[in-house]
Design a protein around this ligand. Structure first.
Ligand SMILES: CC(=O)N[C@H]1[C@@H](OP(=O)(O)OP(=O)(O)OC[C@H]2O[C@@H](n3ccc(=O)[nH]c3=O)[C@H](O)[C@@H]2O)O[C@H](CO)[C@@H](O)[C@@H]1O
Length: 361
């Protein structure tokens, strides 16, 4: 089986793509055959780091931005689009894949369009309730689509609700020993969250005083780690009880160690919390397209799987109080864990690889 997986940008696009690639590789090996998988991405997306790290080849194309940029940039992106599509057509003609999977994000649109022009079967993956631009453009011409939320199905042909592929380790995390001191994991999606980077250092000293033994691991995003670390230092919070990181490569391990997680509610984050059965306080990113992070968080909150506070209602004081309150209520955290697990889709990856086999030429 030769497969191209196109797309990326943020972790929310590329991390499920890697889970699909790993699963297909394992299935082919078990069947005595081999999977050859090529990723197509852009140099500025997170794929340029994560794909080589996972051991897959990556071909890069140039695609501009369309969302949240100036009119000039948008016009330039549109003018460059035929070139990007032609570049992808050249790559696909040379590689001759049996199918192309588009996971959304910059490189996804041109690669899927190129595949459709070359009549190569395509599968679109959509993690959000409302698809991004790339998937909206190609959705009606795909051979199949895997969506996380039922309402997204209407944008595609032959869509199935599969849930989000999540790294296998999240489903089998070792339980936290009861006598271990509490740990709070803070992370704001793949790029960090400004609101956590600003408020947590202000809340830390009081929170650490309120919860004996607590330690904080705070992922701040590559661009903001230094400033966030300085803010913690200036806050006077005990330096041995907090740590700031730009990006965490070993997220399943970090989840295992955490008693509570403070996070944004990007699609993958929410799926991972469910898979791992981890209690969380969620603060949706208010600028996410169509406010989809709020919908993601509401699903968790309504099921009793997480607590949710909107960014507009948040202050450093309130953040500290909410976290202290949750950390002091182990029974409530355990209940959240159980509820979260009921929302997991353990078969998402297998369902998607099955769909890929069905459409592959
Ligand atoms: C700001 C923005 O537009 N965010 C969008 C982006 O989210 P974004 O990519 O930020 O967030 P997601 O929650 O979907 O995924 C984050 C992924 O990165 C991983 N991770 C994160 C931090 C870290 O240090 N290490 C690490 O491995 C997480 O475990 C997770 O797998 O794409 C998602 C899927 O389309 C959307 O739902 C989000 O709204």
């Amino acid at each position: 089986m030769k497969l191209v997986i196109a797309g990326g940008g943020t972790g929310g696009h590329i991390i499920p793509a890697l889970a699909i690639a790993d699963q297909l590789t394992a299935e082919c090996e078990a069947a005595g055959s081999q999977a050859e998988i090529l990723f197509i991405g852009t140099p500025r997306g997170l794929e340029s780091k994560l794909v080589p790290q996972a051991g897959y080849p990556l071909s890069l194309i140039k695609v501009g931005q369309l969302n949240n940029v100036s009119l000039l940039t948008r016009v330039r992106t549109l003018l460059d689009l035929p070139l990007s599509v032609m570049g992808c057509m050249r790559m696909l003609r040379k590689y001759r894949p049996n199918a192309v999977v588009g996971v959304g994000g910059y490189a996804s649109g041109p690669a899927m369009l190129a595949a459709q022009l070359l009549r190569i079967p395509t599968l679109a993956f959509e993690p959000n309730a409302i698809p991004g631009l790339a998937n909206r453009l190609i959705g009606k011409r795909v051979h199949a689509a895997a969506v996380n939320f039922a309402p997204a199905a209407q944008y595609f042909r032959h869509a199935q609700v599969t849930g989000i592929p999540v790294r296998k380790q999240f489903f089998v995390l070792p339980p936290r020993p009861a006598d271990q001191p509490p740990q709070l994991l803070v992370f704001g999606g793949s790029q960090g969250a400004r609101v956590f980077n600003t408020y947590m250092p202000q809340a830390a000293a009081e929170l650490l005083a309120a919860v004996p033994g607590l330690t904080i691991l705070h992922q701040a995003g590559a661009r903001h780690a230094e400033a966030t670390e300085q803010a913690y230092e200036a806050s006077g919070a005990d330096q041995s009880r907090w740590r700031v990181a730009p990006f965490l490569d070993d997220m399943p391990q970090r989840f295992a160690e955490a008693s509570l997680i403070l996070a944004r509610s990007g699609a993958s984050t929410v799926a991972e919390l469910a898979a791992a059965g981890k209690p969380a306080l969620l603060v949706p990113f208010p600028q996410a397209a169509d406010d989809h992070q709020r919908k993601n968080a509401e699903v968790m909150a309504q099921a009793g799987a997480a607590a949710m506070v909107l960014e507009a209602d948040l202050t450093p004081g309130r953040l500290g109080r909410e976290l202290a309150h949750l950390l002091a209520a182990p029974a409530q955290l355990a209940q959240m864990s159980d509820k979260a697990r009921t929302l997991a889709h353990p078969d998402a990856t297998e369902q998607i690889t099955r769909m890929i086999r069905q459409i592959a030429r």
